[in-house]
Design a protein around this ligand. Sequence first.
Ligand code: GAR
Length: 202
Amino acid sequence: MTRIAVLVSGGGTNLQALIDSERAGKIPHGSIELVIASNEKAYALTRAENAGIAHAAIRRKDYADQDSYDAALVEALHVHDIDMVILAGFLSILGPRFIQSYPDRILNIHPSLIPSFCGKGFYGLKVHEAALAKGVKVTGATVHLVNEIPDGGRILLQKAVEVQDGDTPEILQRRVMEQAEWILLPKAAEMLAEKLEEEKQA
Ligand code: GAR
């Protein structure tokens, strides 16, 4: 079984989709063993608590530099014997030490069709504000592997979602979550978990 950690910063609806999918038997090769939040107020921590999953807040401001923050995150993952990491709305920056510790083993969900509206400064509602400002008629979500280029790793799954007249950033965000993110992320989690389990057995 591939042991999964989910890193979060906010409401955690993508975390909830992962938990619900695992419970429904849709992630047979993976098990969510740990949730780490970048701040202690993230509601995602309550979701982890309610699901009986180990959880902790590890805050960037408690560390002197990026490298020591990365080291603290990696240490927490090692304590729980984590094989694979999912970034589900994690808004703190991850440095090379973290990324190199889990090569091709970190997934990220981004709320647009990469390469549109991605990279530095594009996160959360800002992505949907930019899509509406540009006037695109189709947006969506992307799950990709994480490398050292922001939103630049290999794309695993994408799904398109229509923009509708009168959309606000909040309405569009919700539609992209419902029609794309909550479906794609559990699917990609199972894909990678299965691949890692096969590699372990080879
Ligand atoms: C999601 O829409 C996710 O795609 C986005 O943050 C939101 C988190 O919501 N991530 C990014 O923008 C990363 N660049 P959630 O906490 O309810 O899952």
